[in-house]
Every structure is written in structure tokens, then in C-alpha cells.
Design a protein around this ligand. Structure first.
Ligand code: MIC
Ligand code: SF4
Length: 646
């Protein structure tokens, strides 16, 4: 077909069902899958329940990078379970300490033109390598491992034309912060952000990865860059040149929406607390005292990023009132830094070198002091995510982060003097020793520690839903609000009964207990309910507590799919005014003789009626009725019917 965008070309090659018309349901063949440990244990428990003997994908990977603290047996037990299950079912296992899934995948496995489904919302990082890479809940990833296509709404394609070249001290993070400023945290929902134009070739693959990574914060389904000579150079430096192919949009490709950014006009930007789209110029905030600076995360932990940090720190000391942490994205980044003598300046500056893992990004260690200002090169600054509820977290580039670490306050990095020359290796020092190939494992015994609880069984949806509004939230509620991060709660990811007691614990401490006492009920939400991560626990835990339906103004894409997967009705207000007229404690009733697009809820407390929409496909309707996708799969397996998962 002529005049196709790049995203359409790759989708067309993987289209199993449906038409590429924005808004229509399409099914895509998935070539690669990735999981990480904190969503992975559920994903593999779900995969096991599907009764498929081996993964059916071209490549499936299991990373351990989130729950790295081993304060007791729980996380270590999860790692051991993941290693066993990977060996048994044909999944490559990346050992703890190897690095962050998205950085490792980009370095060692990403391949232009392929599709990737990952149980982590930042899976689109691989769009920097010209892939259709999508974040999803663990159950959808498990289904893809079992050979099922991935169903989604065909997104609109937004063309982002890049012109010019970034000025010294302005970097890829500033590009995506600019995109966030334009689109906001909900402007990308059901859209693909496709980059093109003459500015593209000025950005390296890891820089493109920073941009596609954080496209997730706009709510976009994914983001993508073309595969060009820069892509070839990166693949060759990674010893994977044979995987390169040229791929780009047709000259006259038409986009559904258009944005244009002149890279040469961009300035260093900063996202203020507590949302990634709260973007201002760094120069407007100069002088704000900074207690902590954290460099790393899947957004900004590449060799390119850390070389810049090292060069800027060389011969200098971190300010006495500021703590600086640095986490490399992978062992490869660390080893290359060490061998080129660029690790030393970091150590000598007084930076605290952390493990190659997510760490402070998800509140696992390095929580800032009370009311502290923390500048981070990460992608999310939701309230409390750092582990300190009243900390003020700002998102910045590695350049801006380093300037603050040296000066103890926010400083425009362009005031640091001359920009250092960064030399990237022609060939990276490579070692895949921390990847365990399934074929290498003589022993594929699966050992389940006591914290790994069986998947709960959920009953089919009743014909009549009655209950209280147990919580009313504002707009942009995050999955971190629903099930928070942090080492304590995250070590319960394999234990739904336990983790459910923390549901909404920082929003309303009484929520979980009230939900249990009342045998469940309803949640009322604002716009973009469930933005952020892919963690299906944000659906599983409320389901476990008996939540029957969520009535919101709108939903974030991945969370919406997770609600459907676990049998919670995602309802949207037809009249947004009804949101204002529904209050905490109201008793609602919903008759469900048949699940149709328009439903009426009776507010028994107020004697009013609330019109709601339910946008589900036929198969989704079946799943919700059965109590969720997994309940349906279990039923099908039991009846020994065709194990078609969808
Ligand atoms: C995140 O950045 O919020 C996480 C932790 O990586 C999540 C996954 C999870 O909750 O385990 C994500 O982005 O999907
Ligand atoms: Fe890990 Fe943070 Fe990236 Fe999530 S956003 S994968 S927690 S580094």
C-alpha cells in the first residue's frame, strides 16, 4: 500500500484480524515478549494456568530488575521461581544484577520491524529501534507467549516532525518533556507517536529510546523512530549488524495529527511535582535548593547518558548538601564505563553508585528526606512514588541533574561551561554471561516459595450489582495510587490476598477494610483513571476486595485492559455532570440482564439515574461475564475445549 506511515507498515505485516482504521479493534502477531519480576510472577502463574508446554514466540525474555532488595526470602523466592519457569517454558532469563529490562532489551535483542509486548509500561523504549513495542498487563503478555495475538484499538498516528539539532546541554529528555508539555499525560491515549524528519538522524538510538520510553507518560500506545544509518551503527557496535534493515514512512504518508519540533530551539526543561506534564524551563527555577539527585532508570541510564555525567563530574565534588546516586542501566554500561576510565570520575565525585536496576525510580531505596527536593532523570514523579509522601520530585535530563548535584541547587546546565566531547565506542565491550538460555539448564524444576500464592478464583459477574461508592477520586489517578510501589508493598506482588490490603492505602487508609466489610462496591473516578504502570495488581487487588465496577470520566489504556481481564466493569459517564452528583457512600444498583453499550445505574441514595457506557467487544463481554479472562481460560481448560485464550 502506498503512503503508509512507519507504524502502519509494521502493523500491516503483523495484522491477524481487523482493519487498520483508527478506533477499530485489531489483533497483532507478537514476535517478542518481555516480562520483569514485579509483574512477571503473575504473568508466569497465568501462563502456567494456560497449559501450554512451551512459549510460541520467536523470543521471550524474563528480566529481574525491580524487586532487587532481599530483606527476607520473598523477592529471592520470586527470582528463583522466575528462573525455573523460564527454563521450563523456553524463556531467556536475565539474572538479577544484569540491568533494567528496557535498556538490556534495546542493547541485546531489539530488532527493527518486529513487534514486542512487555509487561511493563515502558516497553515502548524499543520503539527507538523501530519496533512496535507495547506495554500490557501480565495476562496479555502470557497470552502472547502462548501464541495468541494481541488485541487493541487501532491507534491514531501522530506524526512528530523533528527539525534542527539539539544545542549543547539540551538532550533527548528535553525533547520528550516538550512533547509532554504539548500533549499532557492523556494526550497520547490510543495514539502512536511516530517521529520523522531531518532532525531524526541527529539522535542516537539510546537518545531515541529516551524519547520513546517516556512517550508512555502521554498515555500513548507506543512511539516509534525509523530504522536508518544511525540504527545500523548502533546495531553494529552491539555486534548485531546483521539484524539491521532500513525502515521508514513513505514520503507522502499522512498522519492523523501533526506536531513539529525544532530541536535547535529547545532549552533544558524540567517537570515539576507531581506530574510529568507539569513542564517548565529549567532557567525559570534556577536557585531552588536540591537535597537529592538520582541519575538512572530505564529513561536515562545508557552509556551515552552516563558518559556525559562522568565528563561533567570529572575532577569535581558533589555539593555537600546534595546526595547523588547513579544507577547504570545495564552491566554492559557499567563495564564499558569502567574500562574506558569513566567510572572513576563518578566515584571520585562522591556519587553513590547503585545496582544496575530500577531502584529509586519505584521507591526501592533512596527515598528522599522529609519535604526534600529530589531531581531525577526518571520518567514519573507521581506524589509519593519516591517513598517519601511529602517529597517534591522533579524530572530532568542527565545534564540538568549533574548541574544540580554539583551546585546543590537547580542550575541551567548551559551555565556549566564548555560541553564535553563524548566519544562512543565503535564496538561495545559485550558479554551475555548474565543471560541464561533455556537450553543451558539441565534442571528446570520450578520452586515456589511460601509468598507465591495461587491465583485467586473469581466468580462470574452477577446479574445485579449493588453496593456503595467506596471511593471517589479526582482526575489522573495513577496505578501507584491504587497499588503503591516501594520495597514493602512490591515484595507482595505474588501474593494477591496480602497486597490487596494496601489498595489505595495512601489515598484513603480505610479503603481496603471498608471494601472487605461491605463485600465490595463501586469506585468513581475522573479523567484518565489508572494512568501509569502496567501492573495488573491495580485491577487484581480491587477485584479481590470485591470491587464490581469503576465508573470514570475516562480510562488509561493499559489499566482499562487489565480491568476487563479481571472482570471489573469499566464504565464511563455519558454526562460528566453525573460525576459531580455522585458522592462517597451513595448506594448504586446496576441491573445486568445483558451487557450492552449503554447501561443505567440507579443511585438509590439520591433517587437519580446515571447513564454509563460500556465499550467492550463480544469476546471481552464474554470474559467479563465469566469473571475475567483467566476465569474463562480456566473454564475452557477444564471443559477441554479449544484452548483459544481470547
Ligand atoms: C513503573 O515504572 O511503574 C513500573 C514499576 O515499572 C511498572 C511495572 C510494575 O508496576 O511492576 C510499569 O511501568 O509498568
Ligand atoms: Fe524500572 Fe522505573 Fe523504568 Fe519502571 S520506570 S521499568 S521502575 S526504571
Amino acid at each position: 500500500m502506498p503512503n503508509q506511515t512507519l507504524a502502519q507498515k509494521i502493523i500491516a505485516k503483523h495484522l491477524v484480524e481487523g482493519k487498520m482504521v483508527a478506533g477499530e479493534e485489531v489483533a497483532l502477531k507478537i514476535d517478542h515478549t518481555l516480562t520483569q519480576d514485579s509483574t512477571g510472577t503473575m504473568a508466569y502463574l497465568e501462563f502456567e494456568a494456560m497449559g501450554v508446554p512451551k512459549v510460541k514466540t520467536e523470543l521471550s525474555l524474563s528480566f529481574v530488575d525491580h524487586n532487587m532488595l532481599q530483606n527476607d526470602y520473598r523477592n529471592a523466592d520470586d527470582h528463583r521461581y522466575l528462573q525455573g519457569v523460564a527454563a521450563k517454558y523456553g524463556v531467556i532469563f536475565s539474572r538479577p544484577g544484569n540491568g533494567i529490562c528496557h535498556q538490556l532489551y534495546l542493547e541485546r535483542f531489539a530488532r527493527p520491524g518486529r513487534t514486542l509486548l512487555g509487561s511493563d509500561s515502558h516497553t515502548p523504549t524499543a520503539g527507538g529501534m523501530c519496533m512496535i513495542a507495547i506495554g500490557a498487563g501480565g495476562l496479555d503478555v502470557a497470552a502472547a507467549m502462548a501464541g495468541e495475538p494481541f488485541y487493541m484499538e487501532m491507534p491514531k498516528i501522530v506524526g512528530i516532525k523533528l527539525r534542527g539539532k539539539l544545542q549543547p546541554f539540551v538532550s533527548a529528555k528535553d525533547v520528550i518533556l516538550q512533547v509532554l508539555k504539548i500533549l499532557t499525560v492523556k494526550g497520547g491515549i490510543n495514539k502512536i507517536l511516530e517521529y520523522y524528519g531531518p532532525g531524526v538522524e541527529t539522535l542516537s538510538v539510546p537518545e531515541r529510546g529516551t524519547i520513546t520510553n517516556m512517550g508512555a507518560e502521554t498515555g500513548a500506545t507506543t512511539s516509534i523512530f525509523p530504522s536508518d544509518e544511525t540504527t545500523r551503527t548502533f546495531l553494529e557496535a552491539q555486534g548485531r549488524g546483521m539484524m539491521w534493515m532500513e525502515l521508514k514512512a513513505d514520503q507522502d504518508a499522512a498522519y492523523d495529527e501533526n506536531i513539529e519540533i525544532d530541536l535547535s530551539k529547545l532549552e533544558p526543561l524540567i517537570a515539576l511535582p507531581h506530574s510529568p506534564d507539569n513542564v517548565k524551563k529549567v532557567s525559570e527555577l534556577e536557585g531552588v535548593a536540591v537535597d537529592q539527585v538520582c541519575i538512572g532508570s530505564c529513561t536515562n541510564s545508557s552509556l551515552h547518558d552516563l558518559k556525559i555525567v562522568s565528563a561533567l563530574l570529572r575532577g569535581k565534588k558533589v555539593h555537600e548538601n546534595t546526595s547523588l546516586t547513579v544507577s547504570a542501566g545495564s552491566r554492559q554500561v557499567m563495564e564499558n564505563l569502567a574500562m574506558s576510565g569513566e567510572l572513576e570520575p563518578l566515584i571520585q565525585s562522591g556519587a553513590r553508585i547503585l545496582e544496575n536496576a530500577c531502584g529509586p525510580c519505584i521507591g526501592i531505596g533512596q527515598s528522599p528526606p522529609t519535604e526534600a527536593v529530589s531531581l531525577r532523570t526518571f520518567n514519573r514523579n507521581f506524589k509519593g512514588r519516591s517513598g517519601t509522601q511529602n517529597a517534591e520530585v522533579y524530572l530532568v535530563s542527565p545534564e540538568t541533574a549533574t548541574a544540580a548535584a554539583l551546585n546543590g541547587k537547580i542550575v541551567d546546565p548551559r551555565n556549566l561551561g564548555k560541553f564535553p566531547q563524548i566519544v562512543m565506542p565503535e564496538k561495545f565491550i559485550l558479554s551475555d554471561a548474565m543471560f541464561i538460555q533455556p537450553s543451558q539448564c539441565a534442571n528446570n524444576e520450578i520452586i515456589r516459595g511460601p509468598n507465591i500464592k495461587p491465583l485467586p478464583d473469581f466468580a462470574p459477574l452477577p446479574k445485579n450489582l449493588q453496593g456503595e461508592v467506596l471511593l471517589k477520586t479526582g482526575d489522573n489517578i495513577t496505578t501507584d495510587d491504587i497499588i503503591p510501589g516501594g520495597s514493602e508493598i512490591m515484595s507482595l506482588r505474588s501474593n494477591i490476598p496480602q497486597i490487596s490490603t494496601y489498595t489505595f492505602c495512601h489515598v484513603d487508609k480505610t479503603f481496603a477494610a471498608r471494601a472487605e466489610q461491605r463485600n465490595g462496591g463501586f469506585i468513581v473516578g475522573g479523567e484518565n483513571y489508572g494512568q501509569g504502570s502496567s501492573r495488573e495488581h491495580a485491577a487484581l487487588a480491587p477485584k479481590y476486595l470485591g470491587i464490581k465496577a469503576i465508573i470514570a470520566k475516562s480510562f488509561a489504556r493499559i489499566h482499562l485492559a487489565n480491568l476487563v481481564n479481571f472482570g471489573i466493569l469499566p464504565l464511563t459517564f455519558v454526562n460528566k455532570k453525573d460525576y459531580d452528583d455522585t458522592a462517597l457512600g451513595d448506594i448504586l444498583e446496576l441491573e445486568l440482564n445483558c451487557l450492552k453499550e449503554h447501561l443505567t445505574i440507579v443511585n438509590k441514595t439520591r433517587g437519580t439515574r446515571i447513564e454509563v457506557n460500556l465499550n467492550l467487544s463480544r469476546v471481552e463481554t464474554e470474559q467479563v461475564q465469566a469473571g475475567g479472562k483467566l476465569a474463562l481460560i480456566k473454564k475452557l481448560n477444564k471443559n477441554r475445549q479449544c484452548p483459544n485464550i481470547r
